[in-house]
Design a protein around this ligand. Sequence first.
Ligand code: THU
Length: 176
Amino acid sequence: MRLLLSLLLLSSYYKRLSFYNSKLILQATYINRLLLKENIKMKKNYFSELEKLLDNSSAPYSGFSVASIVVCKDGREFKGVNVESAAYPTTICAERNAIFTAVAEGIAKGDIESVHIAARNAEGLLVTAHPCGSCRQVIAEQSMNDCVVYSYQSAQDYTENAIATLLPFAFLGEEL
Ligand code: THU
């Protein structure tokens, strides 16, 4: 009897949880559409360039290759790949590598229009990869919380997200 009761409670809890989750997903999708202003059109598809760039990734420890291209409002493009280190935490992600190069080349905060990402796993399969938390922080700061992130699995199959969707309530440093 007790077991039955706990099972009932558990299932209603999970139902509520999944309802809650789908509501959250719906809200996030809605906010993303608003942030993307519904009608944003990808100016150029970077998949084939990213696929080539993946070969430059240095990922001997995870076998997970990532390539990223940062595109500025004036058309400038900057490339990055993940570079792993034997001292594991020293590894740097593709997205931050691309952004740090862009900064070194003289871009200003707010110049970034979009960030394009492709990844290949240890089995050699192309997989959709969204930026890690640290990269989201750097993308948000350098774009002044206003750019679009494209994660590709193929030229046709990609996700399109506003950075403000990927990192809500971003800490942009105004409080410092
Ligand atoms: N990685 C990236 O380059 N970008 C991401 O957004 C996620 C993770 C890299 C870091 C590491 O070399 C490998 O992927 C596995 O975590």
